[in-house]
Design a protein around this ligand. Structure first.
Ligand SMILES: C[S@@+](CC[C@H](N)C(=O)[O-])C[C@H]1O[C@@H](n2cnc3c(N)ncnc32)[C@H](O)[C@@H]1O
Length: 198
């Protein structure tokens, strides 16, 4: 395979072609649960508009959200760190990142995010928390003080969730005066995004 182009129109064309070739394949299979394209696009646009560079993607699966975030990172001079606990999904994600030409913008870690989010120093400009949702409050508590002042932190499918971890996260985030939140329609669920007012 040709070496991946660096950021710019050639890379954009390669990523677009890869995403087009995979459209309809994401979310297939048990437990993959790739983020819908609508939500991925909202996050891509937020990262580009706000110039976020240090990006954390928790729960890689086969890499749909990481690809969109890395595409955004290619435009901001940033980089994505993504964490997956399942070796098979991690390996498939690595293949996807290479094929899309975005592997140079992604640090893909195989491991338990419960531990890694504590170990990784940050600061983070953008976080997409999409692993085990019952752990949402714990992830938030581990990360909220490692966010840069204008950082955004996104979690999908929260508004109708009864998970105590998700409810605890939403209450904590909404009650923290440093942040304001918005809810985006992903066309098939909601994307809850908290952004620093700094
Ligand atoms: C909803 S999927 C992520 C989808 C992905 N963000 C995308 O858009 O393609 C959740 C993933 O989190 C992983 N996961 C669950 N618990 C984890 C943990 N403690 N550490 C790391 N990954 C975890 C699962 O194996 C699964 O692949």
């Amino acid at each position: 395979r040709d070496a991946a182009p660096t950021a710019g129109p050639a890379l954009d064309a390669r990523v677009q072609a890869f995403l087009d070739s995979k459209r309809g394949e994401w979310r297939r299979g048990v437990n993959l649960w790739n983020v819908p394209e609508g939500g991925a696009r909202v996050m891509h646009d937020l990262v580009v508009q706000r110039g976020h560079r240090r990006i954390l993607d928790i729960g890689t699966s086969t890499g749909h959200s990481a690809l969109w975030l890395a595409w955004a990172a290619s435009k901001t001079g940033g980089r994505v760190t993504t964490i997956e606990i399942d070796p098979g999904r991690h390996a498939e994600a690595l293949r996807n990142f290479r094929e899309a030409g975005l592997d140079g913008f992604i640090d893909a870690r195989l491991g338990d995010a419960h531990e890694l989010v504590k170990q990784l120093p940050g600061p983070w400009d953008f976080v997409f928390q999409d692993a085990d949702k019952d752990w949402s409050l714990n992830y938030w508590n581990a990360l909220k003080d490692k966010l840069s002042p204008r950082a955004c932190y996104a979690v999908d499918h929260v508004m109708h969730s009864r998970s105590p971890g998700i409810r605890g996260f939403v209450e904590s985030a909404q009650g923290d005066a440093r942040f304001e939140h918005r809810v985006h329609d992903m066309g098939g669920g909601d994307l809850f995004v908290v952004c620093g007012k700094g």
